[in-house]
Design a protein around this ligand. Structure first.
Ligand code: ZN
Length: 360
């Protein structure tokens, strides 16, 4: 990979807005590069991000069919690649991304984003992926830790705790900023894609239907109620035929109480079934989450990340719904069932939830 980088070639993965890959080389996508320059110039002049978005929208410039999200703009503003710089581990490559934005404008913007709340402060101090990352090899937690580089600079890394305690795991540590940015970019990229989102929504709707059809708890309750009613009827006809023993009366009251209890539980199960999430609600869930600042976006969307040296698997949260009575809230996708694999650009096969596999 480093050899590829040194040759100035693209090492794979998705390509950021404003660029395209031609024969293994990153090239400027002129039309989009114009948009990137506009965003940088306006922001450098002090125009607010929301106003930049408004101006772009007024000009009919959209991102994947809809107005630019704030996060997308901030990600563009913070990405050094637009100034022609690509960092990997401690190496800087200036021969991979042709610069779209002049260094002086990039610097002005960097100073501004560093001082605003989205920029350096919140992202640097907070470990965004805390408690969400697991080692793909040994299953240990991956925690963020400070480390000191050879030149004395303090850096933060995500490290496999198994490896730290010498369990023989080979998981390499990852720079904190690199991993966090990568995760955020990927989430926005994947879920921001209209086709991917539509596909996920369809899959979730299908699952919901299946789950409702398969409501075994309800089936059991109905069956039990039928049996109880039969027993009640039997005792009633015995009574009508003159057999009124105390035991029969006592048993009748028990059965009637039981029947009432079953009736209540059946109502609860039916309410759950009736409480479906609509297509619009599922879409809104993801779209709203994508508008959030990084911390919230990750909290909303990421259930778990399995980290390997060459890839990661993001397991996403799915929308949750509540029945009319809040205490009966339930998870549409309980997460205990088998997860399904959703390969990038691949086909979705499994049963519940979804995960995206991203090769580094
Ligand atoms: Zn490990």
């Amino acid at each position: 990979m480093n050899e590829t980088r040194r040759k100035g070639n693209f090492t794979g993965g998705y390509i950021i807005y404003g660029y395209k890959v031609v024969n293994g080389k990153v090239q400027i996508d002129e039309e989009r590069a114009e948009v990137v320059r506009f965003i940088y110039e306006e922001y450098a002049k002090g125009v607010y991000v929301k106003d930049i978005i408004r101006d772009l929208t007024n000009k009919g410039i959209y991102n994947r069919g809809k107005p630019f999200a704030k996060n997308t703009i901030y990600n563009i503003l913070k990405n050094e690649k637009y100034a022609g710089i690509y960092r990997h581990n401690n190496e800087v490559f200036e021969n991979i991304y042709p610069a779209i934005v002049p260094m002086d404008i990039y610097e002005v913007v960097r100073q501004k984003t560093d001082s605003n709340k989205y920029g350096k402060r919140s992202v640097d101090v907070v470990y965004l992926l805390r408690n969400k990352v697991k080692c793909g090899y040994c299953g240990s937690a991956i925690n963020a830790e400070r480390g000191t580089a050879k030149n004395g600079e303090v850096k933060r890394y995500y490290k496999c705790m198994g490896r730290k305690h010498n369990n023989g795991c080979k998981k390499a540590q990852v720079r904190k900023e690199v991993l966090e940015q990568y995760v955020i970019d990927n989430i926005i990229e994947k879920l921001g894609d209209k086709d991917t989102l539509e596909y996920i929504v369809d899959q979730l709707l299908e699952l919901q239907e299946r789950k409702i059809q398969e409501n075994t708890a309800l089936k059991m309750l109905v069956k039990e109620q039928r049996q109880t009613e039969n027993s009640i009827n039997n005792i009633m006809s015995a009574i009508e035929n003159g057999g009124t023993s105390n035991t029969a009366m006592k048993r009748l009251r028990e059965l009637e109480n039981k029947n009432e209890e079953l009736e209540k539980q059946i109502r609860i199960e039916r309410a759950k079934t009736a409480c479906r999430i609509s297509k619009e609600e599922i879409e809104r869930y993801y779209k709203t989450a994508l508008q959030q600042e990084p911390q919230m976006l990750i909290n909303y969307l990421v259930k778990e990340i399995l980290l390997f040296n060459d890839k990661m698997e993001i397991i996403y949260n799915t929308p949750r719904t509540l029945s009319l009575d809040e205490s009966q809230g339930f998870l549409l996708y309980d997460g205990n069932s088998k997860m399904q694999t959703y390969e990038t650009n691949g086909v979705c096969k499994g049963k519940t939830d979804f995960r995206l596999v991203m090769k580094f």
